[in-house]
Design a protein around this ligand. Sequence first.
Ligand code: FES
Ligand SMILES: [Fe+2]
Length: 477
Amino acid sequence: MNLETGKLNPEPGAARHPSQSTQDIIARDKVKAPGWVASESYEYLGSEDIDTQRYIDTKYQEEEFKRLWTRTWQWACREEHIPNVGDYHVYEIGSYSFIITRVAENDIRAYYNACLHRGTKLRSSGSEGCASEFKCSFHGWSWNVDGSFKNRNCAWDFPHAPEENLTLPEARVELLAGFVWINMDPAAPTLRDYIGPEALAHIEAWKLEDRYVACHVTKPIPCNWKLNIEAFMEAYHVPDTHPQVSPTNADVNTQYDIYGEHVDRFISSLGVVSPVHEGKYSEQDVLDMFTVGDASIVTDKPMVPEGASARQMMADMFRKGFEEAANTKLDHISDSEILDCFSYGVFPNCFLFPGISLPMIYRFRPSPRNHRESIYEVLMMRPKPTDGTAPEAADPVHLTHGQSFCEAEGMDAGFGGILDQDTDNLILQQEGLEASAKHGLTLGNYQEVRVRNFNRAYDKFMAMEPFVPDWKKLQRG
Ligand code: FES
Ligand SMILES: [Fe+2]
């Protein structure tokens, strides 16, 4: 049977690239992978085209703000952005704005960022700092850090708006993996139920709360936010978009997993030749060409001994390099976790890449008033030092349209080039969808199943009633 061409027409979703699988590769590793790495959870989710309108019609974006962003869990900041009581960080999605603040050591809240007098924002977009109160700049109404009303001039003029009714309304907050997550919908499931027990166990096992933001880059991308996020859900594009990576990456034999409606994953193995280049490169070539991740920690050119594999050598080298850099022992961490690219998607807009060699977070948001522009963020997450000190989160570097990711301080040049390749495609895709006589996107049953899972969740939320926040129902006490 020729699975490459699908000639014998296997069951939809059953076809795989006929070369070695991700699990075949991982099974040969010296330091064995835990069960949640050495397992698969693919599900066939259908083969229908995805309607194009959701990417090109501005009405969809308007409805997304009412139905989807108001009802889903999104991370607003890291806990290390607000380490002390009174610290705050403004998170925005569309025209919604929240002040995320630490009220007590273990109490973080998300206030709607608007004065209850005549609506002025209490803190400006993108701001953060430490507050002893939240005071409006217009007429001076003020709130305590715990959201209770503090003071105003001329209280005699407002007998109809008593102070005890003026507590700041809140969105829900939950903490997971070092992130502060919010949800506007009081009826939404808890974050842990939303993620589901299996994916939650994976996320908890990665211990992302023990990392910190070492580099944070934002860039506006000229396409709909859904095209932006979908571009990172599969490795099918790697041979053509990133030809320099393909010789050292199991791209078209990457593994895809579905964990319910809101979470999915891929595992893309590194240090092995892509099936599209089978037979073209030796193990030594693979080792020499390896450019992704912290290649900078590899100083002398190492040689692959007879019978050894480039992958195993890279796993050993990376393990040693990270152990030295973090002054820690990683002998209990599997080769796959050290080396491979793990990508978890949490609907609607978060990607966690918890692997050790390329530890990143992506976040994607629509521009508030332009459905053809999205804000793409990349955060590099390094392990916190073992001496107990807590490094400050890196300030974001805001790139503009024409800039390369390589220009951002702290961004590895090889990796910045990969992100440029990814995002350069997106304006072409946006414009192509608008130009096309074909009104749907066709997806591979296996390699593009995360795109399908994303759109399945999208359809679910878009079919819900609009959620309109009612401030009186969102006040504490
Ligand atoms: S609008 Fe805030 S005090 Fe008047
Ligand atoms: Fe890519």
